[in-house]
Ligand binder design. Structure first.
Ligand code: FE2
Length: 291
């Protein structure tokens, strides 16, 4: 394990602007999930388009998975906390994602893929985050990386807080994937009761937390389990301080906004209605994901 840098001293922490519970829904072939970051929040949380939380020990709620479906114009980051899921796509990539692994997929100009559970019982729990691509990058070739739990950079702070660095960097430790334009930060932070953790954040970057075990506080606001806390973009705040009064696990996600038009039609996210029409035509003609 790499030795992490010192605890950063923040001038002031961001506060929680709003708590969000998300919306119960189902997707794919009937997978039950909570859409935490929904379409009405895409502008506020630019460059992030969606966050789904899935967690069930009832196979009926996940077994059918997500059979072949297309994507274009953004990246998906799937973080499997518990369970096994197989991925296959039209670019010839194939892999199994399990307990603590991350799959980073850049759909770019188009991909068709399936995500199918490889388990018939037990808990399936994880997250899928959608990260937008800048207009100039939406036609890039598809890319895919399986980031194994054992190779994800992680650190433990002097307060016993464990941090898994999925994107960006924390205390001088860089994630395996970096994106220059959107500067994404994606940390999974495990706080023991009574500990706190601070992370510098550029004030212009949009940021949120999602608590998935226990509960945390940011300033005077509690962010309980299964809630997203949108962090205010306060020019005077240079980061965020998260405090746990009980053992807690929380995702901290932040990125630099693109400030471009967002036009989503299901699994396609482009900049104009025209581009969506063209994408649908290519998909119907069987040309999407073919090159
Ligand atoms: Fe997908």
């Amino acid at each position: 394990m790499t030795q992490p840098g010192q605890e950063p001293r923040l001038r002031a922490s961001r506060t929680v602007e709003r708590l969000v519970a998300g919306t119960e829904t189902s997707d794919g072939a009937g997978v039950r999930l909570t859409r935490v970051l929904t379409q009405p929040l895409q502008r506020r949380l630019d460059p992030f388009l969606m966050l789904d939380a899935f967690g069930s020990d009832d196979p009926d709620e996940y077994i059918a998975g997500f059979p072949d479906h297309p994507h274009r114009g953004f990246e998906t980051i799937t973080y499997m906390i518990n369970g096994r899921m197989q991925h296959r796509d039209s670019a010839g990539h194939e892999g199994v994602l399990e307990n603590g692994d991350v799959q980073w997929m850049t759909a770019g100009r188009g991909i068709i893929h399936s995500e199918i559970p490889q388990q018939e019982h037990g808990l399936m729990e994880g997250f899928q985050l959608w990260l937008n691509l800048a207009a100039k990058d939406k036609s890039c070739p598809p890319w895919y990386g399986d980031l194994r739990r054992t190779e994800l950079p992680r650190l433990t702070t002097e307060h016993g807080v464990e941090v898994i660095v999925i994107a960006g960097s924390c205390r001088g430790i860089d994630a395996l994937v970096q994106r220059e334009r959107t500067d994404p930060l994606y940390l999974d932070i495990h706080l023991p009761a009574g500990s706190s953790f601070s992370q510098p954040l550029p004030p212009e970057n949009n940021a949120f937390v999602y608590t998935y075990r226990g509960s945390v506080s940011i300033g005077d606001t509690a962010v309980p389990i299964q809630r997203m806390g949108i962090l205010a973009n306060d020019p005077a705040a240079d980061g965020v301080t998260i405090t746990a009064h009980e053992d807690a696990h929380v995702l901290l996600i932040a990125g630099r906004p693109l400030g471009e038009p967002i036009v989503q039609y299901g699994p396609f996210v482009m900049n104009s209605e025209d581009e969506i029409r063209q994408t649908l035509q290519e998909y119907r003609d069987g040309r999407l994901g073919q090159q």
